[in-house]
Design a protein around this ligand. Structure first.
Ligand code: HEC
Length: 244
């Protein structure tokens, strides 16, 4: 718990700096009961994010169990840094090195969905756009001057920011309108949306792995309450029979 609090606190400074004014968040219709989506999300995470970000408050074997991935498949396809099933999902990048490379350390993402929210993450991964003035060649509408490169560009294609003209106080101003890919990525826009949604689904699960368990438990608790209610009614009838 202490570690979790520290992880959440570590995310706070960037949270304050990157509140991203007035960008409307897109809804992430994730589904924690969709195991196939969670598995795809995990795969994308390991292939595209784990190089820089860890989810070090989580163990491989727990994730495999929760997501219904057999141990041999997990070892073959998901774990590629020689880690053991019982290990925490840490990568080999030290914060210091990463900060030197990128100018900011990539934060651990175990709890990012709790801190930022699913909609924020979903929108963030749709908000990169080409900006040659930035060291990474991209900027992010939701997180201006972000130090992270657009790692999903091979999937999305080159994202370009389009502006619209609005009249503010009688003056015409250009405001960001939409981000459209050049269409040179591996995925269609719909497939990219789904890939990002799966990734967000996985990150929501990471932030609260007990949520799946809680939903299962909730079902039994409700069942218990119903049965208890019936028993109570029957018992009441039984008592009143003697009184009358
Ligand atoms: C090449 C390294 C690198 C890779 C790969 C990478 N990131 Fe990042 N990421 C960063 C850095 C550096 C930051 C810190 C940005 C800053 O503070 O300006 C960051 C920040 C973030 C943040 C913002 C966290 C916060 O709340 O401040 C999120 C969310 C994020 N990354 C998600 C992802 C996801 C999802 C992937 C995989 C698709 C990914 N990143 C892949 C380097 C990377």
């Amino acid at each position: 718990m202490k570690k979790m609090i520290i992880a959440m606190l570590a995310l706070l400074p960037s949270l304050v700096m990157a509140s991203g004014d007035a960008v409307k968040l897109d809804k992430a219709a994730y589904d924690l009961t969709d195991k196939a989506s969670l598995q795809r999300g995990l795969t994308t995470f390991m292939n595209y994010c784990f190089g820089c970000h860890s989810t070090q408050y989580q163990r491989y074997n727990r994730v495999a169990e929760d997501l219904g991935i057999p141990e041999d498949l997990m070892k073959e396809n998901i774990i590629f840094n020689g880690a053991k099933m019982g290990d925490l999902m840490k990568n080999a990048v030290s914060d210091k090195e990463a900060a030197k490379w990128f100018g900011a350390p990539p934060p651990d993402l175990t709890l990012v969905a709790r801190v930022r929210g699913a909609d924020w993450l979903y929108t963030y991964l749709h908000s990169f756009y080409v900006d040659p003035s930035r060291p990474t060649g991209v900027n992010n509408l939701l997180f201006p001057s972000v130090a992270m490169p657009h790692v999903l560009e091979p999937l999305q294609g080159t994202p370009r920011l389009h502006y619209a003209t609005e009249v503010v106080n009688g003056e015409e101003v250009k405001v960001p309108h939409s981000i459209v890919s050049d269409g040179n990525g591996e995925l269609s826009p719909e497939e990219y949306d789904q890939t990002v949604l799966d990734l967000v689904n996985f990150l929501v699960y990471s932030g609260e792995p007990v949520q799946l368990e809680r939903e299962r438990l909730g079902f039994w608790v409700l069942g218990f309450i119903v049965i208890f209610f019936i028993l109570t009614v029957l018992l009441k009838k039984e008592y009143w029979r003697d009184v009358h």
